[in-house]
Ligand binder design. Structure first.
Ligand SMILES: *Cc1c(COP(=O)(O)O)cnc(C)c1O
Length: 381
């Protein structure tokens, strides 16, 4: 069976450096807030061109921490794309605010800036909630349209948060994911573009005060030392061992980005013009880190049957995402505030199919997947 994301091949490619990093962390035994954590934070801040990187326990905490630090809570509206991983919207509920779901752009799968403007206007007119922040997601590795989104956020006096959990390594013009918005977050979940060997996350910002507050919140609201607690916080730290893993992975990251872009180009070339299959678009000036390679299957094609056929041939596929945020039972009671029907997102939930992609995928494997996919789509009408 082919791997959806082959972490075994990645380990094999960096085994000596990884083994050494892991063993030396164990030998030093600085498991909490060790040297590698500070090193990694400096390296990632540098990579993203930000003043600060504050690491934490996972990408979900990263989002919650930023919203908490911004003082977002009950009575506030936070605008989130309807088509994303649950955590992008869950964090809003975690701080007691109301998520407002915004439809996606049909070409990029990312938040549609025009529909965001409309949703903000409607919420303002209703006058029940205060529009406070926008969480834009770099879905499948492609940065959202931050040129337009930051304009909309600024015009409305709102904060902008980039959820780059999938986007790390993506680009927009000369800027990389993690550099957009008033703050950005990422996740080091193993299957993300930059993944560790467990859970991990980070926050990026240029705001000195925000960074200092985040450092306090990640360690129980510490003051000058950790037994002087000046506020309520969290226990949300990145393990030293995970930071050590990430430092080794950062050495290979730019090469991996090139490789995964080659793999995506193989797919795109082989699927060009295919009947009933449309591939992902990367607009001019953007670069993707290809967290996923997601195609849309045409109306007459039975997606579940295609997945079954491919599975029989040893090809794993995933549906990202089978339900949109506004279709989740968890958000049933906030739907009364919903302003947008999010029909593009709902349709994509029915038609999207993610194919295996990672930097270690081989050209003959892409040949095999595309060949089988085309045959399955012909057979499953
Ligand atoms: C994975 C993911 C998260 C959450 O990250 P965790 O580290 O798993 O908590 C948040 N947002 C998006 C878009 C993600 O894909």
């Amino acid at each position: 069976m082919m791997q959806f994301r082959d972490l075994g091949r990645q380990y094999a490619a960096m085994k000596d450096a990884m083994d050494a990093a892991l063993l030396s962390t164990v030998a030093r035994a600085d498991f909490i807030s060790g040297d590698a954590v500070r090193q990694l934070e400096h390296r990632l801040a540098d990579y993203c061109g930000r003043r600060h990187c504050v690491s934490c326990a996972n990408g979900t905490d990263a989002l919650v921490l930023v919203l908490h630090a911004w003082g977002i809570g009950p009575g506030d509206a936070v605008f989130v794309p309807d088509y994303t991983f649950f955590a992008s919207a869950e964090c809003v509920g975690s701080v007691g605010a109301i998520p407002i779901f915004v439809d996606i752009d049909p070409d990029t799968f990312n938040m549609d800036p025009d529909k965001l403007t409309k949703a903000i206007d409607t919420v303002k007119k209703c006058g029940i909630l205060r529009p406070r922040a926008v969480i834009a997601v770099d879905l499948f590795g492609l940065p959202a349209d931050y040129v337009r989104l930051s304009h909309v956020a600024r015009e409305n006096g709102m904060l902008l948060l980039e959820d780059a959990a999938q986007g790390f390594g993506g680009k927009l013009g000369e800027n990389v994911a993690g550099s957009f918005g008033d703050a950005a977050t990422t996740s080091f979940f193993p299957a993300k573009p930059l993944g560790c060997y467990g859970d991990g996350g980070a926050i990026f910002t240029d705001d000195d005060e925000l960074a200092a507050l985040l450092r306090s919140l990640t360690v129980h609201g510490k003051g000058d030392d950790k037994y002087d607690n000046v506020r309520l916080g969290y226990n949300s730290r990145l393990d030293t061992i995970q930071a050590a893993v990430l430092l080794v992975k950062m050495d290979a990251f730019d090469k991996e980005l090139e490789a995964v872009n080659r793999a995506a180009a193989w797919y795109t070339q082989r699927l060009a013009g295919a009947q009933g299959i449309s591939g992902p678009a990367v607009p001019q000036g953007f670069g993707s880190s290809w967290a996923q390679y997601t195609v849309l299957l045409g109306d007459g094609i039975n997606r579940a049957a295609v997945q079954g056929e491919l599975k029989d041939k040893g090809i794993p596929t995933m549906v990202y995402y089978p339900k949109t945020m506004s279709q989740m039972g968890a958000f049933e009671d906030v739907l009364t505030y919903q302003t947008d029907d999010c029909n593009v997102a709902k349709s994509y939930a029915q038609h999207s199919l993610a194919l295996p992609i990672h930097p270690y995928l081989r050209e003959e494997e892409v040949d095999y997947v595309t060949h089988r996919l085309l045959a399955a789509c012909r057979a499953c009408r």
